[in-house]
Design a protein around this ligand. Structure first.
Ligand code: MG
Ligand code: ZN
Length: 218
Protein backbone atom coordinates (compact mmCIF):
# COMPACT_ATOMS: atom_id res chain seq x y z
CA UNK A 1 0.00 0.00 0.00
CA UNK A 2 1.37 3.40 -0.90
CA UNK A 3 1.93 5.93 1.85
CA UNK A 4 -0.75 8.24 0.45
CA UNK A 5 -3.39 5.53 0.55
CA UNK A 6 -2.35 4.55 4.07
CA UNK A 7 -2.77 8.15 5.28
CA UNK A 8 -6.11 8.50 3.56
CA UNK A 9 -7.35 5.28 5.18
CA UNK A 10 -6.30 6.54 8.59
CA UNK A 11 -8.07 9.87 8.08
CA UNK A 12 -11.26 8.12 6.99
CA UNK A 13 -11.26 5.66 9.87
CA UNK A 14 -10.82 8.52 12.35
CA UNK A 15 -13.66 10.30 10.56
CA UNK A 16 -15.87 7.21 10.81
CA UNK A 17 -15.21 6.99 14.54
CA UNK A 18 -16.25 10.62 15.07
CA UNK A 19 -19.26 10.23 12.78
CA UNK A 20 -20.43 7.26 14.86
CA UNK A 21 -20.21 9.44 17.97
CA UNK A 22 -22.29 12.17 16.32
CA UNK A 23 -24.82 9.59 15.14
CA UNK A 24 -25.33 8.10 18.58
CA UNK A 25 -25.62 11.56 20.13
CA UNK A 26 -28.25 12.57 17.59
CA UNK A 27 -30.10 9.27 18.07
CA UNK A 28 -30.14 9.83 21.81
CA UNK A 29 -31.70 13.25 21.21
CA UNK A 30 -34.05 11.78 18.58
CA UNK A 31 -32.81 14.19 15.92
CA UNK A 32 -32.81 12.83 12.36
CA UNK A 33 -30.03 14.37 10.27
CA UNK A 34 -29.56 14.67 6.54
CA UNK A 35 -26.43 15.57 4.62
CA UNK A 36 -27.29 17.66 1.57
CA UNK A 37 -24.78 17.26 -1.24
CA UNK A 38 -24.46 18.41 -4.85
CA UNK A 39 -22.13 20.19 -7.22
CA UNK A 40 -21.92 23.98 -6.76
CA UNK A 41 -25.01 25.81 -7.97
CA UNK A 42 -27.51 22.94 -7.90
CA UNK A 43 -29.68 24.92 -5.51
CA UNK A 44 -29.01 23.55 -2.01
CA UNK A 45 -29.30 26.88 -0.22
CA UNK A 46 -32.31 27.97 -2.25
CA UNK A 47 -34.07 24.70 -1.44
CA UNK A 48 -33.33 25.27 2.24
CA UNK A 49 -34.65 28.84 2.11
CA UNK A 50 -37.93 27.56 0.65
CA UNK A 51 -37.99 24.75 3.18
CA UNK A 52 -37.66 27.18 6.07
CA UNK A 53 -40.38 29.40 4.64
CA UNK A 54 -42.74 26.43 4.46
CA UNK A 55 -41.84 24.57 7.65
CA UNK A 56 -40.40 26.99 10.18
CA UNK A 57 -43.64 27.27 12.11
CA UNK A 58 -44.09 23.49 12.15
CA UNK A 59 -40.64 22.06 12.95
CA UNK A 60 -37.43 23.45 14.38
CA UNK A 61 -34.81 22.81 11.74
CA UNK A 62 -31.20 23.10 12.83
CA UNK A 63 -28.85 23.96 9.98
CA UNK A 64 -25.13 23.61 9.43
CA UNK A 65 -23.97 25.45 6.32
CA UNK A 66 -20.57 24.48 4.97
CA UNK A 67 -18.68 26.54 2.45
CA UNK A 68 -15.06 26.87 1.42
CA UNK A 69 -15.24 30.61 2.02
CA UNK A 70 -17.85 33.17 3.22
CA UNK A 71 -20.82 32.82 5.54
CA UNK A 72 -23.17 33.94 2.78
CA UNK A 73 -25.28 30.79 2.83
CA UNK A 74 -25.59 30.81 6.61
CA UNK A 75 -26.71 34.45 6.44
CA UNK A 76 -29.32 33.59 3.84
CA UNK A 77 -30.64 30.76 6.01
CA UNK A 78 -30.81 32.99 9.06
CA UNK A 79 -32.65 35.63 7.04
CA UNK A 80 -35.07 32.90 5.90
CA UNK A 81 -35.95 32.24 9.53
CA UNK A 82 -33.55 29.45 10.46
CA UNK A 83 -34.08 28.35 14.04
CA UNK A 84 -30.40 27.59 14.58
CA UNK A 85 -27.84 28.11 11.83
CA UNK A 86 -24.15 27.38 12.20
CA UNK A 87 -21.70 28.26 9.41
CA UNK A 88 -18.62 26.17 8.81
CA UNK A 89 -15.93 27.79 6.71
CA UNK A 90 -13.60 25.02 5.63
CA UNK A 91 -10.88 27.46 4.55
CA UNK A 92 -10.01 25.49 1.44
CA UNK A 93 -11.19 21.96 2.17
CA UNK A 94 -13.64 20.80 -0.47
CA UNK A 95 -15.83 18.78 1.92
CA UNK A 96 -17.10 18.76 5.49
CA UNK A 97 -15.73 16.15 7.85
CA UNK A 98 -17.10 14.73 11.08
CA UNK A 99 -14.75 16.77 13.23
CA UNK A 100 -16.07 20.04 11.77
CA UNK A 101 -19.65 18.90 12.35
CA UNK A 102 -18.89 17.75 15.88
CA UNK A 103 -17.41 21.16 16.70
CA UNK A 104 -20.34 22.95 15.06
CA UNK A 105 -22.77 20.93 17.18
CA UNK A 106 -21.02 21.68 20.46
CA UNK A 107 -23.18 24.71 21.24
CA UNK A 108 -26.33 23.53 19.50
CA UNK A 109 -29.69 23.59 21.34
CA UNK A 110 -30.24 19.87 20.72
CA UNK A 111 -33.25 19.71 23.05
CA UNK A 112 -35.15 22.04 20.75
CA UNK A 113 -34.05 20.77 17.34
CA UNK A 114 -36.47 18.45 15.52
CA UNK A 115 -34.40 17.91 12.40
CA UNK A 116 -30.81 18.66 11.46
CA UNK A 117 -29.84 19.51 7.89
CA UNK A 118 -26.18 19.78 6.96
CA UNK A 119 -25.50 21.68 3.75
CA UNK A 120 -22.21 20.27 2.53
CA UNK A 121 -19.65 22.07 0.37
CA UNK A 122 -20.68 22.00 -3.29
CA UNK A 123 -18.71 19.04 -4.61
CA UNK A 124 -19.80 15.65 -5.94
CA UNK A 125 -16.52 13.88 -5.22
CA UNK A 126 -15.11 13.64 -1.71
CA UNK A 127 -18.21 14.48 0.37
CA UNK A 128 -19.30 10.97 -0.63
CA UNK A 129 -16.44 9.50 1.44
CA UNK A 130 -17.04 11.50 4.61
CA UNK A 131 -19.71 10.23 6.93
CA UNK A 132 -20.98 13.14 9.05
CA UNK A 133 -23.17 11.06 11.34
CA UNK A 134 -26.24 11.67 9.18
CA UNK A 135 -29.13 9.32 8.67
CA UNK A 136 -29.05 9.84 4.94
CA UNK A 137 -27.32 11.73 2.17
CA UNK A 138 -29.64 13.64 -0.13
CA UNK A 139 -28.07 14.46 -3.48
CA UNK A 140 -29.30 17.33 -5.64
CA UNK A 141 -28.86 17.39 -9.41
CA UNK A 142 -30.08 20.42 -11.31
CA UNK A 143 -31.42 20.38 -14.83
CA UNK A 144 -28.75 22.97 -15.69
CA UNK A 145 -26.13 20.22 -15.37
CA UNK A 146 -25.45 17.12 -17.46
CA UNK A 147 -27.89 14.23 -17.16
CA UNK A 148 -24.91 11.84 -17.15
CA UNK A 149 -23.60 13.14 -13.81
CA UNK A 150 -24.71 10.02 -11.91
CA UNK A 151 -22.49 7.96 -14.21
CA UNK A 152 -19.55 10.33 -13.79
CA UNK A 153 -19.80 10.57 -9.99
CA UNK A 154 -21.22 7.16 -9.09
CA UNK A 155 -20.01 7.04 -5.46
CA UNK A 156 -22.17 9.97 -4.48
CA UNK A 157 -25.30 8.57 -6.09
CA UNK A 158 -24.61 5.11 -4.67
CA UNK A 159 -24.38 6.48 -1.13
CA UNK A 160 -27.40 8.76 -1.32
CA UNK A 161 -30.89 7.73 -0.25
CA UNK A 162 -32.70 10.40 -2.20
CA UNK A 163 -32.03 12.16 -5.47
CA UNK A 164 -33.69 15.54 -5.86
CA UNK A 165 -33.82 16.81 -9.42
CA UNK A 166 -33.93 20.60 -9.05
CA UNK A 167 -34.77 23.51 -11.37
CA UNK A 168 -37.32 21.49 -13.33
CA UNK A 169 -38.79 24.79 -14.54
CA UNK A 170 -35.74 25.04 -16.83
CA UNK A 171 -36.43 21.77 -18.63
CA UNK A 172 -36.51 22.36 -22.37
CA UNK A 173 -33.92 25.14 -22.30
CA UNK A 174 -31.08 22.62 -22.55
CA UNK A 175 -30.62 19.01 -23.59
CA UNK A 176 -31.07 17.77 -20.04
CA UNK A 177 -33.47 14.83 -20.06
CA UNK A 178 -35.07 14.15 -16.65
CA UNK A 179 -35.98 10.56 -17.45
CA UNK A 180 -32.47 9.85 -18.67
CA UNK A 181 -30.94 11.44 -15.56
CA UNK A 182 -33.21 9.37 -13.36
CA UNK A 183 -32.44 6.18 -15.29
CA UNK A 184 -28.71 6.87 -15.01
CA UNK A 185 -29.02 7.39 -11.27
CA UNK A 186 -31.08 4.22 -10.83
CA UNK A 187 -28.50 2.23 -12.77
CA UNK A 188 -25.97 3.25 -10.12
CA UNK A 189 -28.37 2.87 -7.19
CA UNK A 190 -31.66 1.05 -7.79
CA UNK A 191 -32.87 1.92 -4.26
CA UNK A 192 -32.64 5.67 -4.80
CA UNK A 193 -35.87 7.55 -4.18
CA UNK A 194 -36.29 10.35 -6.74
CA UNK A 195 -38.07 13.68 -6.37
CA UNK A 196 -38.42 16.39 -9.00
CA UNK A 197 -39.02 19.96 -8.01
CA UNK A 198 -38.57 23.63 -8.77
CA UNK A 199 -37.99 26.18 -6.05
CA UNK A 200 -38.91 28.86 -8.55
CA UNK A 201 -42.27 27.58 -9.76
CA UNK A 202 -43.07 25.60 -6.61
CA UNK A 203 -43.75 22.43 -8.61
CA UNK A 204 -42.99 19.27 -6.65
CA UNK A 205 -42.10 21.10 -3.46
CA UNK A 206 -44.89 19.66 -1.36
CA UNK A 207 -43.49 16.14 -1.68
CA UNK A 208 -40.18 17.35 -0.25
CA UNK A 209 -41.86 19.22 2.61
CA UNK A 210 -44.01 16.19 3.44
CA UNK A 211 -40.99 13.92 3.45
CA UNK A 212 -39.07 16.21 5.82
CA UNK A 213 -42.03 16.53 8.16
CA UNK A 214 -42.43 12.78 8.22
CA UNK A 215 -38.72 12.40 8.93
CA UNK A 216 -38.99 14.88 11.78
CA UNK A 217 -41.93 12.88 13.12
CA UNK A 218 -44.56 15.59 12.82
MG1 MG B 1 -25.08 26.83 -0.78
ZN1 ZN C 1 -12.79 17.27 -0.37
Amino acid sequence: MSEMIAIEKKVLSENDRLAAEIRSRLHAEKIPAINLVSSPGAGKTTLLEKTLAALKTKINIGLIAGDVQTENDAQRLLAAGGFWVKPIITGGACHLDARMVSTALSGAPLDAIDLLIIENVGNLVCPSSYDLGEEMKVVLLSTAEGDDKPLKYPAMFRRAGILVLTKIDLVGLSDFDMDRAQANALRINPDLQVMRLSCRSGDGMQQWFDWLQQLAGR
